[in-house]
Design a protein around this ligand. Structure first.
Ligand code: DC
Length: 222
C-alpha cells in the first residue's frame, strides 16, 4: 500500500487576520496537527516578563532563554508549548503580553530559540499519527517551512480585524504589533513569493476555510 503523504500547510498573516480559526478548521477537515506559533512567542514573552527580563536587554534575554526547557503537549488536534513543565493558558493573551510580544519577537535570539522547536513540530505530528500539520504565524511560509505544500497569506482590513478582536473581548494593539512585525529586520511579516493571498475582509470564516480546503485538496490530488 502506498504511504500517504505528510502535508504541510503554512498560514501567515497579521494580527487578527483569521489565521487561528481558519487553521483550526483546516486541521479538523484534513486530520492535521494545528500549530499556533503566535502562542509560542506569547508563552516565551510571558515567561521572560515573569523573570523580570525586558525586550531592550537582548543579552539578559539570551541568558534567560538558555535556561528554559521547551516541550510540547498535544491536546486534541493542537500542539501546546510547555516551558519547564508549565503549560500556558489564557494569561498569554493578556494586554501585558500583547504589548510586549512583538518586541521580544523582533530579537534574533528569540527567533533562533524557537526556530528548531517550530520545525520539530513536524516530528511531533508524525509521532502522534497526524496526516501533516497546519502551522500559523508570521514567517512560516517564508522562513520555517518555505517548502510547505501550501502557503497561505491571510489579509483583512484594519476595521474588520479590530472588530474581530473586540468581539473576542481582547485588548490588542493590532496596528502597533503589525508595524513592529512588518518592519523588523529578522523574519518580517511578508507575503512570500509563491504564497496564495486571501483577503477575508468580505468573506465569512466558512468561505475562507472552503477556499483553503479547495487548495489543500488540489495539493492532495483528491
Ligand atoms: O499570532 P499572534 O497574534 O498570537 O502572535 C503574537 C506575536 O508573536 C505577533 O505579534 C508576532 C509574534 N509572532 C512572530 O513574530 N512570528 C510568528 N511566526 C508568530 C508570531
Amino acid at each position: 500500500m502506498a504511504e500517504s503523504r505528510f502535508l504541510i500547510v503554512a498560514v501567515d498573516g497579521g494580527a487578527a487576520s483569521g489565521k487561528s480559526s481558519t487553521s483550526r478548521a483546516i486541521s479538523e477537515r484534513f486530520g492535521l496537527l494545528h500549530v499556533d506559533t503566535g502562542s509560542f512567542y506569547r508563552a516565551v514573552t510571558f515567561k521572560l516578563l515573569e523573570l523580570g527580563v525586558a525586550p531592550d536587554d537582548p543579552s539578559a534575554v539570551e541568558t534567560a532563554l538558555a535556561r528554559l526547557r521547551p516541550g510540547t503537549r498535544v491536546e486534541g488536534r493542537s500542539a501546546r508549548m510547555e516551558i519547564d513543565g508549565w503549560t500556558p493558558g489564557d494569561e498569554i493573551r493578556s494586554a501585558r503580553v500583547n504589548d510586549n510580544v512583538s518586541r521580544f519577537a523582533a530579537l534574533p535570539v528569540v527567533r533562533r530559540f524557537l526556530l528548531d522547536y517550530q520545525r520539530g513540530q513536524a516530528d511531533v505530528a508524525r509521532r502522534h499519527g497526524f496526516e501533516g500539520l497546519v502551522m500559523e504565524g508570521r514567517d512560516i511560509g517564508s522562513v520555517i517551512f518555505p517548502d510547505a505544500d501550501l502557503r497561505i497569506f491571510l489579509e483583512a482590513s484594519s476595521a474588520a480585524r479590530a472588530a474581530r478582536r473586540a468581539a473576542e473581548g481582547h485588548v490588542d494593539q493590532i496596528h502597533e504589533r503589525d508595524r513592529l512585525d512588518t518592519q523588523r529586520k529578522t523574519a518580517p511579516l511578508v507575503c512570500p513569493v509563491g504564497a496564495v493571498p486571501i483577503d477575508s475582509t468580505h468573506l465569512s470564516l466558512s468561505e475562507v476555510v472552503d477556499r483553503v480546503a479547495t487548495l489543500v485538496r488540489s495539493k492532495l490530488g483528491t
